[in-house]
Write a protein that binds this ligand. Structure first.
Ligand SMILES: Nc1nc2c(ncn2[C@@H]2O[C@H](COP(=O)(O)OP(=O)(O)O)[C@@H](O)[C@H]2O)c(=O)[nH]1
Ligand SMILES: [Mg+2]
Length: 354
């Protein structure tokens, strides 16, 4: 399962966001620096396609996609130098597939720490860049020596040289102009800033009107969302009706948690196909660009091994028709073979033989 690591200064709202995304309520630390251990939870990705298809098929069970979310101990200045929890922190982050920065914009005198998202982002990025610079320089040294007897390493050495130059200028790899090819060569260096990044600006209830401007102040290419994390965390602890009432009363609609969950999911290059029947309607995760047999394998390895063909229909079209059997009778199910590239929102039935 994919892992998303929360990174932020103390009291930025990481644990509260963790709770909002996972629906847990018992783990928010009330004091600065009190989160000393890494907590891992599961965040479900809300998906109306599952709800609607499930209702259409009268499914007994609905299953959503999910990802792991890791609440890592707070990052402080000097972490890259191994200060405080620095090393442990950086270790937990290396295991994550993507980074979610939590930047505090809410003001509250009773909660220690600064409410300056732009400065916080600079501090956090600098710590990650410094840690990466040390890793990249170390690996460059080693690979340069090894490359003398192994010409196949020339590409990696060149990519590491570029990475060291970029990081030396204080620029994270995810915002650098390194090519996809160069980045592919950096894989074995496990650089922190080589991961995709999403930003959540944690705003107070009194800042809802400035939400877009606050998000824009730290966003480079639309990768930032403003979220009133505390409100969302409180809402997540309620049952569905009370939650909707609270959020709608504040003009927040379905809440931002689904947006964060979906953005994170897409950031990881993941897509969803669906299956539906009276037993269950289910969303399945696949990597963008996968073909039908690989997707069949997500359901069960037998389905990939014995793959014959897939019957496919886009979810909205199926919903309009009203049932799978009717879609078949009307000849609206497409028959696709091994080379079919599955699309987000496809509903599949796999024909197989083992
Ligand atoms: N006033 C206010 N307090 C918040 C908000 N978000 C989090 N907090 C409080 O800030 C403190 C630190 O939050 P926490 O999630 O533990 O931050 P962490 O250190 O980043 O994990 C807690 O007392 C939260 O209740 C917010 O939007 N507004
Ligand atoms: Mg915490």
């Amino acid at each position: 399962m994919e892992r998303l690591g929360l990174v932020g200064l103390p009291n930025s709202g990481k644990s509260s966001l963790f709770n909002a995304l996972t629906g847990a309520t018992s783990m928010v630390a009330a004091h600065p620096f009190s989160t000393t251990e890494t907590t891992v939870g599961i965040a479900q990705v809300p998906d109306e396609r599952v709800d609607l298809l499930g209702a259409m098929s009268h499914s007994k069970k609905l299953v959503y996609t999910s990802f792991e979310i890791v609440d890592i101990a707070a990052l402080v200045k000097g972490a890259s130098g191994g200060e405080g929890l620095g090393n442990a922190f950086l270790g937990s982050l290396r295991d994550c597939d993507a980074i979610l920065f939590v930047l505090r914009a809410f003001a509250d005198d009773s909660v220690g720490g600064e409410a300056d998202p732009v400065a916080a982002l600079e501090t956090l990025e600098l710590e990650l860049v410094l840690a990466d610079l040390v890793s990249a320089e170390g690996r460059l040294d080693r690979q340069r020596r090894t490359a003398k007897g192994d010409k196949s390493l020339a590409g990696e050495v060149a990519a590491l040289e570029r990475a060291v130059a970029v990081l030396g200028d204080g620029v994270p790899i995810y915002r650098s102009d390194l090519t996809a090819d160069e980045r592919a060569h950096l894989g074995s260096a496990f650089l922190l800033t080589d991961k995709p990044v999403l930003i959540v600006v944690n705003i107070g209830e009194d800042q809802l009107e400035d939400a877009d401007a606050l998000a824009a102040s730290v966003s480079r290419d639309g990768d930032a969302l403003a979220v009133c994390v505390q409100l969302e965390a409180e809402a997540a602890a309620l049952d569905a009706d009370a939650r909707n009432e609270l959020l709608e009363g504040l003009g927040l609609g379905i809440g931002v948690v689904p947006r964060v969950a979906r953005a994170a999911y897409h950031l990881l290059g993941r897509r969803t196909f669906l299956t539906t029947g009276d037993k269950e309607t289910r969303a399945w995760t696949f990597r963008a660009g996968s073909r039908a047999p690989e997707c069949a394998g997500v359901i069960h390895s037998d389905l990939q091994r014995g793959f014959i063909r897939a019957e496919v229909i886009e979810w909205r079209e199926l919903l309009e028709i009203g049932s799978w059997s009717k879609a078949r009778d009307l000849g609206r199910l497409r028959v696709e073979g091994k080379d079919y590239v599955v699309q987000d929102g496809d509903v599949l039935e796999i024909r197989f033989n083992v």
